[in-house]
Write a protein that binds this ligand. Structure first.
Ligand code: SF4
Ligand code: SF4
Length: 367
């Protein structure tokens, strides 16, 4: 569907919801939509990202298909959400990466992995690459620390800049004129992110698979996010060890970086497999095919990074360590590159939408 068709459909559906009001208790969206009778493009972007796709409003809706009104709020907002990622992306010329999420994830992952494998194959003779490397500094005999640091820092720096510009644009387009950012609103938005309050459907849970309520998706999402944060913590602690204490990787199995990284990898694996399973087995009616494919692709990449990281840990004292390191770093590099150009960027947009909602609720704003 074209952007204008998606926006027209969203306005039609939300106008019906405004008149109906049956789903107001499920999440923040319906009240937020009522405060925005004009439903400008910025309003629609905000509402699309406020929706957490819990699907309650589809199974509760008397106007859902096969009714002639064909009201399908989760699918309509999923399409709209996907459009907002492309709308606010920086630079605009890279919006095609979001429009073709599955293909771009696959190509970037293959290219980044080929680059890393090519780098180790061309910089080391085979007998060194496939030799066992033990003890302090073993990883850096495959790739020097400086090389690894630059390979991570350049794409990460670019992605941080791109995400920052995109979120600034989004904030300008969606922020309410009268409500103010307060520390209370900020804390509330942060709490909503951690608890995924809007994925509780007002308490009983989401419709993860069908019309039965469940908390599976919320818990799996939290497990995956915790895994990413634990892995990040492992990297930060390892960096501290390297620079502040002069201790070089690999670290012992009972050290903080390995414990954090292992737990992070396991959480990422469990979360990603569970979410992929829900995507495959769940009712497809509330989802949009374009966002479903892109979501599955990025979940697949997160799973790949977790599994290759765990494989590296298990086989780090064998001759396979060098090639496993290259494969794992290829996945991490792809993840860094795709941060602003995949579903991963949703975290920032959703936080801003939750912040705006918290600001409006605090100020009792009426449009
Ligand atoms: S989704 Fe259906 S039942 Fe819910 S508010 Fe909209 S029209 Fe009413
Ligand atoms: S799918 Fe869930 S979060 Fe989205 S509008 Fe419907 S009830 Fe709200």
């Amino acid at each position: 569907m074209r952007s204008d068709e998606i926006a027209t459909e969203a306005r039609r559906v939300l106008d019906i919801c405004d008149a109906c009001g049956y789903c107001n208790g499920f999440c923040d969206l319906f009240e937020a939509a009522r405060r925005r009778p004009a439903l400008s493009d910025g309003d629609l972007a905000h509402l699309a990202n406020l929706c957490h796709a819990c699907r309650n409003c589809l199974y509760a809706c008397q106007y859902a298909p096969p009714h002639v009104f064909q009201v399908n709020v989760p699918r309509t907002l999923a399409r709209l959400r996907q459009r907002t990622y492309a709308e606010y992306v920086w630079p605009k010329g890279l919006a095609f990466l979001l429009d073709h999420g599955r293909l771009s994830t696959l190509i970037v992952t293959l290219a980044a992995t080929a680059l890393m494998i090519g780098l180790v194959l061309t910089s080391l003779p085979p007998e060194t690459l496939f030799d066992r490397h033990l003890g302090t500094g073993a990883f850096y005999r495959i790739l020097p620390w400086e090389t690894m640091a630059w390979i991570g820092a350049i794409p990460l720096g670019w992605s941080a800049l791109a995400i920052g510009i995109g979120l600034r644009r989004y904030w300008r387009a969606t922020r309410p004129g009268s409500a103010r950012v307060t520390s209370r609103a900020f804390v509330r938005a942060l709490r909503d992110v951690v608890l995924l309050r809007n994925l509780q459907g007002g308490g009983p849970g989401c419709n993860d698979l069908d019309d039965r309520p469940s908390h599976a998706r919320r818990r799996l999402h939290q497990t995956l996010a915790a895994g990413v944060l634990l892995s990040l913590a492992a990297t930060l602690v390892a960096t501290l060890y390297h620079h502040a204490l002069g201790w070089e990787a690999p670290y012992p199995a009972l050290s903080a970086p390995v414990a954090l990284g292992t737990l992070g990898g396991v959480c990422m694996t469990v979360g990603a497999i569970g979410l992929l399973w829900l995507k495959r087995r769940g009712d497809q009616t509330p989802t949009a095919p374009e966002s479903r494919r892109a979501d599955a692709a990025i979940l697949g990449l997160l799973l790949w990074v977790a599994l290759t990281g765990l494989a590296l840990l298990i086989w780090r004292e064998t001759g396979a360590m060098g090639i496993l390191l290259a494969i794992h770093l290829g996945g991490v590099l792809a993840l860094f590159i795709l941060l602003p150009y995949s579903k991963l960027v949703h975290a920032g947009y959703r936080f801003i939408s939750l912040l705006i909602e918290a600001m409006e609720q605090a100020s009792g704003r009426k449009a």
